[in-house]
Design a protein around this ligand. Structure first.
Ligand SMILES: [Zn+2]
Length: 223
């Protein structure tokens, strides 16, 4: 409203045309004001409007697995892309008609796919097997966020998710390094780096420090 008359956007968008046809018939009285009808307070912000018009669906199963208060952003991002099957693995490169080898550069045994490189490749299996957590070897369990085997609860659940995310990140980094820089870091070295990053993250986390005071066995998960 402007000076007691309607001041509407000139857009030809269907919604704006409809808004104009509805609003222009409404006479403005001196005490009228515009407010967002789903809010109780006078302070209407963009977030309030967005929350009132958006559709809130059920979050995908991987959300809590990838983004939690122990996650490391760069690892979580690679982990997320891997779970969604969006990394440019050699099988996908082939589908995009890119001229590439299909063989896994980490083991040279099987063809490279998300399932192979993150579940069944001997390279990652060595790292996953040398932790205090038991990880599923079924790729579909990663997609539905239930890849930790056995009764794992509380902070240990997030620690297991963190360990998997760091492993995915460093294995994918090594895969890229081999592809582009012709390096050859053995799985034992990557395992050392995974455990170091895992410890550094947890030692800097106040929540972990509080939990350790209640349960000293958590320290066994670090080595
Ligand atoms: Zn492999």
């Amino acid at each position: 409203m402007d000076n007691g008359s309607w001041h509407l956007p000139t857009s030809n968008h269907f919604d704006c045309l409809e808004l104009r046809s509805l609003v222009l018939n409404i006479q403005i009285h001196p005490r009228d004001k515009i407010s967002w009808d789903t809010t109780q307070s006078n302070a209407t912000g963009i977030s309030t409007i967005w929350n009132s018009i958006r559709t809130i669906g059920t979050p995908p199963a991987w959300v809590d697995v990838v983004w939690h208060n122990l996650s490391i952003p760069k690892c979580a991002f690679t982990f997320w892309l891997a779970i969604k099957g969006r990394l440019l693995t050699r099988d996908r490169m082939h589908k995009f008609n890119m001229n590439t080898e299909l063989r896994c550069i980490l083991c040279n045994i099987d063809n490279e796919s998300h399932r192979h490189i993150f579940v069944s490749c001997p390279y990652i299996m060595h790292i996953m097997a040398n932790s205090s957590f038991t990880f599923s070897e079924d790729w579909s369990h990663y997609k539905n966020g239930e890849f930790l085997v056995g009764p794992v609860t509380g902070i240990r659940k997030q620690m297991g998710h963190l360990y998997a995310a760091i492993t995915f990140f460093l294995v994918w980094k090594e895969r890229n390094a081999r592809l582009h820089n012709a390096t050859n870091q053995p799985a034992s070295m990557t395992l050392t780096l995974v455990k170091r990053m895992f410890r550094e993250k947890l030692h800097s986390c106040h929540r972990f420090q509080r939990e350790v005071l209640k349960n000293h066995d958590l320290l066994l998960d670090l080595y």
